[in-house]
Design a protein around this ligand. Structure first.
Ligand SMILES: *[C@@H]1O[C@H](CO)[C@@H](O)[C@H](O)[C@H]1NC(C)=O
Ligand SMILES: *[C@@H]1O[C@H](CO)[C@@H](O)[C@H](O)[C@H]1NC(C)=O
Ligand SMILES: *[C@@H]1O[C@H](CO)[C@@H](O)[C@H](O)[C@H]1NC(C)=O
Ligand SMILES: *[C@@H]1O[C@H](CO)[C@@H](O)[C@H](O)[C@H]1NC(C)=O
Length: 479
């Protein structure tokens, strides 16, 4: 397919769709969580992340994928393979948040990660090396950084001098709760000195993005696998002084239901795009967790950084530009309802109306007159889920609370043109009350203007209600 694109000189348009099910070139779900992307000398992108086995056991190792466009990913298996009974990389160990840097001195690639036992009692940094970027990587050691604890792990490389820095939170105990920036030494195999400590903010999942004039350090609060409002600090220099933290996405969206972890600067011929690479965890099924990759609007004059939502966008890594793709909107006010589904007044929704009471296969809403192309198309479902995170043992509990019950998810079923043999499942994570977010599904709508999309609850053996729907947006097929 790539060949024919080159032969006919057509622009490639593989879209980035935050929160969608992303497949590799073999058609499998991409399984590379809390990872990082390293660019090789040829400009190829290498994505390393936690491989989460389907049975949810930790220590699946580190998977690696490569791409020329950040949208089409080829799988290269495990870059770091777990070794049974190994003290640090056995299938029972925690192998989290892997990052890879290149050491010019050694002409080797160095993989670093949070190395631990299953109860997070060790709090170490692991190191493995390889002669080739794709691996396999060979375990070297797991150590305490300058004698201290290290939990959530990140790496930042300064493009001005090529120097890399280890970023890590130092655990949950009272003596910890800091985030460190510590310089990595010239060979990339050890640490030099602490550059800055973000004292007692009790944040984690750190990443730093660099502009021409600033450094922005993004971190999340600590709420396990549940999302919260990610914050950033700004500074002229890595050693500070750093600003007060500020939120990076509209409040109460919990950073569009994602956690920070990595960021990437795409400097092209025409523009620079800063990308936020977040994780949308699913604690009931970690291996299926999604990826929320979004552009950041950074204004160094105003000293602001905003992660900006787009359902579907096209990033050109050569020019450095990205374009939000325009879709066709179908409003809830025009949808048909059955059973107990109904249109309810909601002054925060489109046309002041939201579709509520969706459940089973008899209380549904149907959007009609939908134009399809006959090819797979992304469809974004704009919804509200009012369950909030305090469901269960914490009624009305705060979303940023640690140790609470996992949220009750809303899951809808989606059926095209009444074909109930082909039911698609739509996960609709919590939003706050009055907050509408979107989540995408790829659907094949027959060519023509008369398609129907019906949304119900989940009824295949479970009985889970759907979230309230505002509207759907149908995007053009990828060319
Ligand atoms: C993890 O390591 C800590 C510190 O050595 C130890 O106290 C704890 O029991 C270990 N946990 C497991 C599950 O081995
Ligand atoms: C270890 O961590 C604690 C808590 O952040 C800090 O007080 C101490 O100075 C650290 N030691 C070193 C060598 O960084
Ligand atoms: C970096 O640290 C490692 C581990 O302590 C050490 O083996 C290596 O020699 C150090 N490299 C330099 C250039 O100091
Ligand atoms: C609707 O759901 C019920 C179970 O609640 C099931 O028995 C029935 O077959 C479903 N109908 C269709 C058309 O799938």
């Amino acid at each position: 397919m790539r060949l024919s694109i080159l032969l006919f000189g057509l622009a490639q348009a593989k879209y980035i769709v935050p929160g969608g099910r992303w497949h590799d070139t073999d058609g499998n779900l991409i399984n590379a969580h809390a990872g990082g992307v390293t660019v090789d000398k040829e400009g190829k992108f290498w994505w390393f992340g936690e491989y989460k086995p389907q049975n949810q056991v930790e220590g699946g190792g580190v998977s690696v994928y490569s791409s020329d466009d950040l949208a089409t990913w080829e799988h290269h298996g495990l870059a770091l393979q777990p070794i049974p009974d190994h003290p640090f990389i056995s299938p029972k160990n925690i192998i989290q948040r892997p990052k890879v840097i290149y050491s010019e001195e050694l002409d080797k690639y160095e993989m670093w990660w949070h190395a631990d036992n299953s109860s997070y009692g060790l709090l170490l940094q692991g190191l493995a090396t390889s002669d080739t970027i794709g691996g396999p990587y060979t375990f070297v050691d797991a150590t305490a950084p300058l004698g201290n604890w290290s939990q959530d792990f990140g790496i930042f490389t300064d493009y001005k001098d090529g120097r890399s820095y280890s970023l890590y939170s130092n655990g949950d105990r009272k003596e910890g709760r800091d985030v460190y920036i510590t310089s990595i030494n010239e060979t990339g195999t050890g640490l030099d000195e602490v550059i800055h400590r973000f004292d007692k903010f009790d944040l984690e999942a750190p990443t730093i993005i660099q502009t021409d004039n600033s450094y922005y350090a993004l971190m999340s609060h600590k709420t396990g696998y549940r999302p919260n409002n990610v914050v950033a600090f700004r500074a002229d220099s890595l050693s500070g002084p750093w600003s007060q933290p500020f939120t990076v996405a509209p409040l109460n969206t919990r950073t569009y239901n994602s956690q920070s972890g990595f960021s990437l600067k795409i400097k092209g011929k025409k523009a620079t795009t800063y990308l936020y690479l977040g994780d949308q965890w699913d604690s009931n099924s970690l291996w299926e967790s999604r990826y929320i990759w979004l552009p950041m609007d950074i204004n160094d004059k105003k000293k602001t950084l905003d992660v900006v939502w787009h359902d579907v966008y096209d990033l050109d890594v050569k020019s450095g530009e990205y374009k939000a793709i325009k879709g066709k909107e179908y409003r809830g006010i025009n949808a048909k309802t059955t059973g107990n589904a109904f249109k309810q007044e909601a002054n925060f929704a489109s046309d002041n109306v939201i579709l509520a009471g969706i459940s089973g296969n008899d209380s549904t809403v149907t959007f009609e007159g939908i134009e399809g192309s006959g090819k797979p198309q992304w469809v974004s479902f704009y919804y509200q889920n009012t369950d909030d995170m305090g469901f269960g043992d914490q009624p009305g509990g705060s979303p940023d609370r640690i140790g609470g019950a996992w949220q009750l998810r809303r899951i809808s079923s989606v059926v095209v043109n009444g074909d109930t043999k082909n039911v698609q499942t739509l996960y609709q994570r919590d939003t706050h009350k009055g907050i509408i977010l979107s989540t995408p599904l790829q659907l094949t709508l027959p060519k023509g203007k008369n398609n129907k999309i019906t949304v119900g609850g989940l009824w295949n053996g479970f009985d889970i209600k759907g979230a309230d729907l505002d509207r759907i947006v149908v995007y053009p097929a990828e060319k």
